[in-house]
Design a protein around this ligand. Structure first.
Ligand SMILES: NC(=O)c1ccc[n+]([C@@H]2O[C@H](COP(=O)([O-])OP(=O)(O)OC[C@H]3O[C@@H](n4cnc5c(N)ncnc54)[C@H](OP(=O)(O)O)[C@@H]3O)[C@@H](O)[C@H]2O)c1
Length: 295
């Protein structure tokens, strides 16, 4: 069995990949602040270079999937130093250790490396141009990895969702459903478009790309491009919640510290071809999500 080290396994994506890979791989995983209730897991802060090197030397993984990040976009905008340390330097520490140990490195990047000014879809050939600091740190991390001349996959993904009982951190779709269940009115932006991505589908892409020995940069997300407002309404409909509680607002009205790209539609055909996995239509993805929540 190949050895897989999952960094950031206490997060939404990392935990999901752990659940779906643990029977196929000898799996090791890390958390930083939020220790999951069950199973063996090591603590790792990726900004501590010596600890990263030691863990990789001890585990000797064939593959590292690194899902760590400071993901709060507004926090990153207001705290550049923290964002740089975790998203750039932390990534560099892990990538360098992977290179030294000769293992494959999968890094999770974001659709926020694109500016969102284009009206058609973004492929990997489009020039990235982030418009907020979070996006900048992720793009610089990508460049650090590329400069290391190592065996890597960079997966640019978008708005993650999936069933999870992890802590109190709620990804956007789960927050929408929580508020609607409480019958609270919510305001959701109608002019930010992205490709919502079920974490199970993303995990399947990543493992398949690895198993087929692919490398390079891939856009990996759900198939459909939709506004956050329309996405929230789809969730409400599927879960029998009151969609009238969702009020559309504009990004300008929200006045968030970090700018958001207005419309990033990811073209995922390169990843689909290379992996043999199909990007899920949003309707299918929401149905899977619902089944998982009901279990
Ligand atoms: N969520 C989205 O909509 C979205 C969209 C595009 C791209 N992405 C990218 O996808 C990846 C996974 O996202 P996610 O939503 O699953 O993230 P998440 O739920 O916020 O989890 C982030 C993980 O990173 C860990 N972490 C944070 N700082 C760390 C540090 N200094 N050292 C080690 N681990 C650290 C966290 O550990 P603790 O919780 O234990 O502290 C957690 O396990 C990220 O790279 C993100 O940039 C996410």
């Amino acid at each position: 069995m190949k050895k897989l080290l999952l960094i950031g396994a206490s997060g939404l994506l990392g935990n999901k990949i752990y659940q779906s890979s643990k029977d196929r791989y000898e799996t090791y995983r890390t958390y930083n602040f939020h220790k999951p209730k069950f199973g063996n897991i090591s603590r790792l802060d990726v900004t501590e270079k010596n600890n990263v090197s030691k863990l990789l030397r001890d585990v000797k993984p064939d593959l590292v999937i690194d899902t760590h990040a400071l993901t709060n976009v507004d926090y990153c905008e207001l705290h550049h130093e923290d964002a740089w340390k975790i998203n750039v330097e932390g990534t560099k520490n892990v990538a360098e250790s992977c290179k030294v140990n000769g293992c494959k490195y999968i890094f999770i990047s974001t659709d926020y490396v694109y500016d969102g000014y284009k009206t058609t879809t973004y492929s990997e050939k489009d020039k990235p141009h982030p418009i907020n600091y979070y996006g900048r740190t992720k793009l610089i991390a990508e460049k650090v990895i590329e400069a290391l001349d190592m065996n890597y996959i960079i997966a640019r993904t978008a708005v993650l969702f999936g069933a999870s009982d992890l802590f109190d951190k709620l990804p956007f779709p789960s927050w929408v459903m929580q508020q609607l269940k409480l019958k609270n009115k919510i305001r959701v932006v109608m002019d930010q478009y992205s490709n919502p991505t079920l974490v199970d589908n993303l995990g399947e892409f990543l493992l398949s790309l690895y198993e087929k020995d692919r490398s390079g940069v891939f856009n990996v997300s759900g198939k459909d491009n939709i506004s956050r407002f329309e996405f929230s309404k789809m969730l409400a409909k599927e879960f029998g919640l009151d969609e009238k509680l969702i009020e559309p607002i504009t990004t300008a009205e929200l006045n968030q510290p970090a700018k958001r790209p207005q419309k990033v539609a990811l073209n995922v055909s390169k990843a689909e071809k290379a992996s043999g996995v199909k990007a899920l239509k949003l309707e299918e993805a929401i149905k899977i999500f619902k089944n998982q929540l009901q279990k």
